[in-house]
Design a protein around this ligand. Structure first.
Ligand SMILES: *Cc1c(COP(=O)(O)O)cnc(C)c1O
Length: 435
């Protein structure tokens, strides 16, 4: 099947088929081949010159182009309803590639305050070293974004389901504010996944996400992706986005916006960022991730159903002080979440025990089925107590500012039988509260 044939198919079908020429035209193999090669032979000098000048899109070198990785990129571009994608060595590498293209010394990034800790650290401790200033605003207040944006804002950043508050920002309102100021909306869709949320259909211009989590789904392979929505008019703001809207400093005569149209951002991210930074996805990892993506639609249904069951169990448990899940009607973001999420409310539930810091910490030691580790989005149920682990280096005040209370437990609900997940939590909570 070719791309035109798959683009009209349903989401679950595209999870399995999109992006792969099948069967393999060279051998008839049904599975995607792993092109484990560093480089590609040029037919003649003219072709070689054209590839270096970006006039021919054939392969050059696997640091920035590889046919196995391209299959994953086409699949994820299709699932996110984008025009093109660039797969990276991790989620963080996708963030860095996009930031390298969009922001330079003197610029700022306006970001929702409620975000993944690694992203916060990248903005505050790495982007700042390059003269790029992060400005954090109230995740749910579009006016706060408007107030923070100025002429030097490179992009507005939000997460589709924010970490750890699990609120869903009003994409369309935030997109309108960003676009009124000539700024693209850049969304981390790791928690939403394209199975539940398509930010590009609600005003976002570029997606980034960690494929390490639900897209791969089994906790074996680190990866990330950038997806170009093809919607942002880079050519209208050439001074603000010189890497895309003006003649490239690295490719004589190339203006990405003029030459690559609705894929301009993706091509610039690949040829300028990934090519120079060297943090692209590797073929074996892309192959494994593509296999994981085949079951994304199915797994997300089960993750969401199980998370709802677990959230309801926790809400009714006497030793549980509070539970946070956007699928519960009393969650502060339930209505917006219902508007933008389709088919479920995600796989993460947070909760706190009445017994406070010590009891919550003990729960992680008492679970048998739920694994105590620092990851999310695995088929296996995972649990962690951020205040004593991922956020332990912050003061209690800083922890609270980032949404982490002393008794908060983060549960990434897996696809096991729901009765077993609930039974495991029940015995762990009882043992932790008794101790
Ligand atoms: C894990 C994660 C990232 C970073 O992705 P890596 O693949 O670990 O680099 C970014 N955003 C969110 C929301 C995440 O959960």
């Amino acid at each position: 099947m070719n791309e035109e044939q798959t683009d009209s198919l349903g989401f679950g079908t595209r999870c399995v088929h999109a992006g792969q020429e099948q069967p393999d035209p060279a051998t008839g193999a049904r599975a995607p081949p792993i092109y484990q090669t560093s480089s590609y032979v040029f037919d003649d000098a003219g072709t070689a010159a054209d590839r270096y000048a970006l006039d021919d899109d054939g392969n050059v070198y696997s640091r920035f182009d590889n046919p196995t990785v391209s299959m994953l990129e086409r699949r994820l571009a299709s699932l996110e309803n984008g025009t093109a994608a660039v797969a990276t060595g991790s989620g963080m590498a996708a963030l860095d590639a996009a930031t390298s293209i969009l922001a330079s010394n003197g610029d700022n990034i306006v970001s929702a305050a409620s975000i993944y800790g690694g992203t916060h650290s990248y903005f505050s401790n790495m982007a700042t070293r390059r003269g790029v200033e992060p400005r954090y605003v109230d995740t749910l207040d579009p006016d706060a974004y408007a107030e923070a944006i100025d002429d030097n804002t490179a992009y507005v950043h939000i997460e589709s389901i924010a970490n750890p508050s699990l609120v869903v920002p009003d994409f369309e309102a935030v997109a309108e504010v960003a676009h009124d100021h000539g700024v693209p909306l850049f969304v981390d869709n790791t928690f939403g996944t394209p199975a539940l949320c398509n930010p590009l259909d609600h005003g976002a211009d570029i997606i980034w996400e960690s494929t390490t989590k639900w897209i791969h789904g089994s906790g074996t392979t680190v990866g990330g992706v950038l997806v170009d929505g093809g919607s942002f008019p880079w050519d209208e703001y050439p001074e603000k986005f010189p890497e895309i809207g003006t003649e490239s400093v690295a490719f004589d005569g190339t203006n990405f916006a003029a030459d690559f149209g609705d894929q301009a951002f993706a091509v610039a991210a690949r040829q300028r960022a990934i090519r120079s930074l060297g943090d692209g996805q590797k073929p074996f990892d892309a192959w494994v991730t593509m296999q994981g993506a085949e079951t994304l639609a199915l797994r997300m249904e089960r993750h969401c159903e199980n998370a709802m069951t677990v959230a309801e169990f926790l809400r009714d448990h006497d030793d549980v002080a509070w539970v946070n899940y956007p699928g519960l009607d009393d969650h502060e973001g339930h209505d917006i979440a219902s508007t933008y999420l389709d088919g479920g409310y995600g796989g993460i539930v947070t909760f706190g025990l009445a017994g406070g810091y010590e009891a919550s910490k003990r729960v992680c030691e008492e679970t048998d089925l739920a694994q105590f580790l620092a990851n999310i989005g695995d088929a296996k149920t995972l649990i962690i107590h951020p205040a004593s682990t991922t956020h332990a280096q912050l003061s209690e005040e800083e922890q609270r500012a980032s949404g982490v209370t002393p008794n908060l437990l983060r549960l990434s609900v897996g696809i096991e039988d729901p009765d077993d997940i609930v039974a495991d939590l029940e015995q762990a909570i009882n043992s932790a509260e008794e101790a």
